[in-house]
Design a protein around this ligand. Structure first.
Ligand code: RUQ
Ligand code: CUA
Length: 689
């Protein structure tokens, strides 16, 4: 106890002084009180210090924002650091009623239904008519609603290799889709079905100026796969012609520099062998113009335990090496511009043969079953970590370029893709521990790698030119985490401007770490201070939602979201809506056969009109304008039985369409407790025969 007092007293002095300096509270009596609180709560001196390091006072702001994938919730979670408070969940692949996402609001239906096929930046071609999901880019196929996704790897947009706070992209691992979130209003504005992919994993990453966002297939897809049309195949094809009928694709999706929207017409794909392409990263600095993709199952194991074949986990682990794919995308751009492509399902595809002939694709051996591939801040090193190898393997872009120029190949794969000599391209290896997965960086020339099997984070030095005194890659610290870490994120640790302040370990299991809430345990984010020589675990954040994968952490002041919309702005276009009305005097109802169209004003605490009449079978179109300019004055518009739930932020104009198929009176109402008279904020839709 004596030791406790000695350590805590200086600590509380610091804490009290900080509080005093901010002028929030007087220090008198504070020290004794803090001491008492720490003791009464059974906190160790270290615990108390951690609490002070992560506490953000009421009304205060976090220094960083973490954008975490929400896994099969299909969403993105925004979390403040160091407080680890959840600020928002952004709906992307899955409808979410609070944000009015996927319940009729035009902007959200456009997002969920967008194909990008004919889209050059002004919203999807099927705006408001589709009801969402995968649709056939050719326009002929059956429409199949998809209302979930497995969000995996977020990518903040970048300028000069640094986050610019404009947009965020994230892939759907279950499908070949990318969602785009506009960080002006933190809403998903586009969900793009990438042609020829069935599943996705490699990415999303942005090229250093967000000219493209990259995504590659996970398991290979049938050649020219079209999700909405399907394709004829047999068990025999799968088991015996796997190498011929399947292909992977590396996809560079063009981004409109004004709107952030993805434009298929300017995008291209490079056909890849049907290995299982895994994680990917963008070159930058020294490696700008290149992309790197890991792979496993270069054995092309088909599965088929009951057909007498080995399970994939065995079949895919026969060889000692898989292949790092090295793609020269700037060269690929020229090849596409020269017309050496074939359009397949609405995207320009460079064939594997052309990719080989033009030198767009090289392979380099990597220790079996790799997972993460992560480019260092200057773009010079590429770290690959293999689940089954205790080392991180560090490739050098200079060595890669030289080996390509010298044609220093050890051979070719069965598709004719040249394989660079391992020893010619590897700068070094460092033994880290069991099950290394993903790597991030700091501003002191250190790398941090998650160790899945060991449940730890390893810190190691990068050597030259980051550590001139210390040429070799060297393990320097390790911290235990709880439990089964997957991805990790450091502050801006995958950019050219890493910050070296915090690391978040994204743990799959929490075992007995948190209160029992049933057999589905929370997953666990752990905040680690990496600013000193030794890493220090600061806090746990139980995650009560779908399995998180990757996250990125950006300095909060880089983000510049709007506080309210300018009057009448539509989130679909970020422009003033032609259907915006300036005041309730302009509110009106127009009728034509089979259609009732309403321009509705929404303000505390009434809708105008507050009575709308229609006939059974009518299509009702409501253009809602929230006339408020007061921050937070959000209103809702919900119609019973119609799956209509619109959220209207101040200034917003949004359109919703639905049909009324049964007579009766339906009470529409505001879903946000917006004022003292919120309960009175309701109206009647009267449907006559
Ligand atoms: S990877 S399983 Cu992000 Cu470690 Cu998808
Ligand atoms: Cu508007 Cu409640």
């Amino acid at each position: 106890m004596k030791r406790f007092l000695l350590v805590v007293v200086p600590l509380v002095l610091v804490a009290a002084a900080t509080i005093g300096a901010c002028g929030r509270r007087s220090t008198s009596g504070g020290q004794a009180q803090l001491l008492e609180i720490a003791q009464s709560r059974g906190l160790s001196p270290e615990d108390a210090a951690r609490a002070v390091k992560t506490f953000v006072a009421p009304g205060g702001r976090d220094e960083y924002m973490l954008f975490a994938s929400g896994g099969h919730s299909g969403q993105v979670h925004v979390i403040g650091l160091p407080s680890m408070r959840l600020l928002k969940t952004i709906a992307v692949f899955t409808p979410e009623p609070w944000q009015g996402y996927g319940y009729g609001a035009d902007w959200s239906e456009m997002s969920l239904a967008d194909t990008g096929a004919t889209n050059s930046g002004e919203g999807g071609p099927n705006a408001g008519t589709n009801g969402g999901g995968i649709i056939d880019p050719t326009g002929n196929g059956p429409k199949e609603p998809l209302r979930w996704g497995d969000s995996h790897h977020p990518a903040l947009s970048e300028t000069d290799g640094k986050y610019d706070g404009r947009w965020l992209y994230i892939n759907d691992r279950a499908h070949g889709r990318i969602g785009m979130v506009d960080l002006g209003d933190f809403r998903a504005k586009q969900v793009l079905q990438v042609p020829n992919l069935m599943t996705s994993h490699g990415g999303v990453f942005a090229t250093p100026n967000t000219q493209y966002v990259h995504i590659s297939s996970k398991v290979p897809a049938l050649k020219a796969w079209n999700a909405s049309q399907g394709q004829t195949v047999t068990l025999d094809d799968h088991l015996n012609r796997y190498a011929d009928i399947y292909r992977g694709y590396s996809t560079f999706i063009s981004v409109n520099p004004q709107t952030g929207r993805m434009d298929l017409s300017k995008s291209f794909q490079i056909e890849l062998p049907p290995y299982t392409q895994d994680l990917a990263d963008s070159g930058k600095g020294a490696s700008d113009g290149f992309a790197f993709i890991n792979s496993y199952n270069v054995e092309m194991s088909t599965g088929g335990i009951q057909q007498g074949r080995p399970p994939i986990e065995v079949g895919a682990s026969q060889l000692d090496f898989d292949y790092l794919h090295i793609i020269d995308w700037k060269k690929a751009e020229q090849v596409v511009a020269a017309g050496k492509f074939q359009e397949i399902n609405g995207i320009r595809v460079v064939s594997l043969e052309t990719a080989v002939a033009e030198g767009l694709l090289h392979l380099a051996p990597e220790p079996r079953s790799p997972h993460g591939v992560d480019v260092a801040p200057r773009g010079d090193y590429i770290t690959v970590a293999g689940k089954l190898d205790p080392h991180a393997t560090v490739y050098s872009i200079d060595l890669i370029k030289k080996a390509i120029a010298d044609k220093n190949f050890e051979g070719k794969d069965r598709y004719g893709v040249p394989i660079l000599k391992f020893d010619a391209v590897v700068a070094g290896k460092v033994e880290l521990g069991a099950g290394p997965l993903h790597t991030q960086y700091d501003n002191q020339g250190n790398a941090y790698t998650s160790l899945y099997l060991e449940s730890a984070i390893a810190k190691w030095t990068l050597g030259e030119p980051y550590h001139p005194a210390d040429k070799a890659f060297k393990l320097v610290d390790k911290v235990a985490i709880h439990y089964n870490v997957g991805h990790l994120a450091t502050t801006q640790g995958d950019t050219m401007d890493p910050q070296g302040k915090y690391l978040v370990s994204m743990n799959k299991w929490s075992i007995d770490r948190h209160s029992n809430v049933g057999p589905l345990h929370p997953q666990n984010f752990q905040l680690i201070d990496i600013s000193g020589a030794k890493m220090e675990l600061l806090a746990d954040m139980p995650i009560g939602f779908g399995e998180p994968h990757y996250a990125q952490i950006v300095k909060a002041d880089i983000l510049k979201a709007h506080n309210v919309y300018e009057p009448g702005v539509s989130p679909a276009t970020n422009q003033r809506s032609p259907n915006a009305i300036a005041s309730e005097k302009e509110a009106r109802i127009e009728r034509r056969p089979g259609v009732v169209e309403v321009w509705m004003n929404v303000v505390r605490s009434h809708f105008t009109p507050d009575i709308v009449t229609a006939k059974v079978g009518d299509k009702v179109i409501v253009h809602l304008t929230n006339a408020e300019q007061t921050p937070d004055a959000t209103h809702g518009f919900a119609v019973p039985t119609r799956n209509v739930m619109v959220s209207l932020d101040p200034g917003e104009t949004t359109t919703v369409e639905f049909t009324v198929d049964k007579p009766g009176t339906y009470s529409y109402y505001c879903t946000e407790f917006c004022s003292a008279l919120h309960l009175e904020m309701q109206g009647w839709l009267i449907v006559e025969r």
